[in-house]
Design a protein around this ligand. Structure first.
Ligand code: CP
Length: 324
């Protein structure tokens, strides 16, 4: 495959290959010298039209660990604020010789447009588009689940068959939820969405998952509970319950977490609204993998860049010479 636009485009074998490659990349991160020469001479552009902390930094770290040159572009402070179009921005990047463009955009479909327009010749990676998809987030989430629920070594070649994953909160505005539903079901997991009725997307009955409005009835049978940020910047205040009411019915506090099976984990893609969808007690507990997810994001993004740009060479071999 040349681009990564949607988790729905990945087969089970594609997804397992990415997770297995990320496992190799995670071992590089454990070395004293964390770099591989694999993408030396290649250029990765991070093209961010929307704010980001984790995704932008981890794509930069991933590209640098593979020895690629990295250009970071933020729409704020660029000629986009003078009205320059996506096309002219893309043509400018193409002139600079981008081998891969990692794009985050407020419009759903912008990465697809970039990949199919012919404006650029390199690979396009979707780093989050509007309310549509965030495929590398879903991959790092699946990687975290496989490591925690199956094991890092035992997980190689394995999927998430039979694992019960609950995704809770603002599904309506969540590209993370959509990508996770596609990817986790492709990997054999059973997914349940829990949300207030006003934050469930139209047409959700066609998604390959269950929908519940009662968090208490599902936490006790979940292997992982993924809490989503309430995206108040994308919603009309009239459709939203009060903060206290939301936290009471759909938030995860210590009492609810205690009803989860002993092995079950709490996940959050970040950024978190502490006190709303998750209490500080839960966010800071050893069962919460939020920080681990960020670290795993570097390994997943290394795997994605390597598989898109690195050709057929093994990612990490006995002869791979670390660079400084
Ligand atoms: N999870 C995630 O996409 O975080 P950022 O918005 O900080 O990149």
């Amino acid at each position: 495959k040349r681009h990564l636009i949607s988790a729905a485009d990945l087969t089970r074998d594609d997804a397992v290959l990415i997770l297995d490659t990320a496992e190799e990349m995670a071992r590089v991160a454990d070395r004293p010298i964390k770099k591989l020469p694999t993408l030396r001479g290649r250029t990765v552009v991070n093209l961010f039209f929307e704010d980001s902390t984790r995704t932008r930094i981890s794509f930069e770290a991933a590209a640098k660990r593979l020895s690629a040159d990295v250009i970071n572009f933020s729409a704020k402070g660029s000629s986009v604020s003078k009205g320059e179009s996506l096309k002219d921005t893309a043509l400018t990047l193409e002139a600079m010789g981008a081998d891969a463009v990692v794009i985050r955009h407020h419009d759903s479909g912008a990465p697809h447009r970039l990949a199919t327009s012919g404006w650029i010749g390199g690979s396009v990676v979707n780093a989050g588009d509007g309310t549509h998809e965030h495929p590398t987030q879903a991959l790092l989430d699946a990687f975290t689940m496989r490591r925690r629920l199956v094991g890092a070594d035992a997980g190689i070649g394995q999927d998430l068959a039979g694992r019960r994953i609950t995704i809770v909160g603002d599904i309506l505005h969540s590209r993370v939820a959509r990508s996770n539903v596609h990817l986790l079901t492709t990997l054999g997991a059973e997914v349940t969405l829990v949300a207030p009725p006003t934050l469930v997307p139209f047409g959700v009955e066609r998604w390959p998952c269950e929908v519940s409005y009662d968090l208490d009835s599902v936490v006790a049978k979940s292997d992982a509970v993924m809490m989503l940020r309430v995206q108040r910047e994308r919603m009309n205040a009239a459709f939203f319950p009060t903060e206290r009411e939301y936290a009471r019915r759909y938030g995860l506090d210590g009492e609810r977490m205690a009803r989860m099976p002993e092995h079950a984990i709490v996940m959050h893609p970040g950024p978190m609204n502490r006190g709303m969808e998750i209490t500080a007690e839960v966010a800071d507990s050893p069962r919460c993998t939020a920080v681990e997810q960020v670290a795993n994001g570097v390994s997943i993004r290394m795997a994605v860049l390597y598989l898109l740009l690195g050709g057929n060479e093994p990612a990490v071999t006995a002869t791979s010479t670390p660079t400084e």
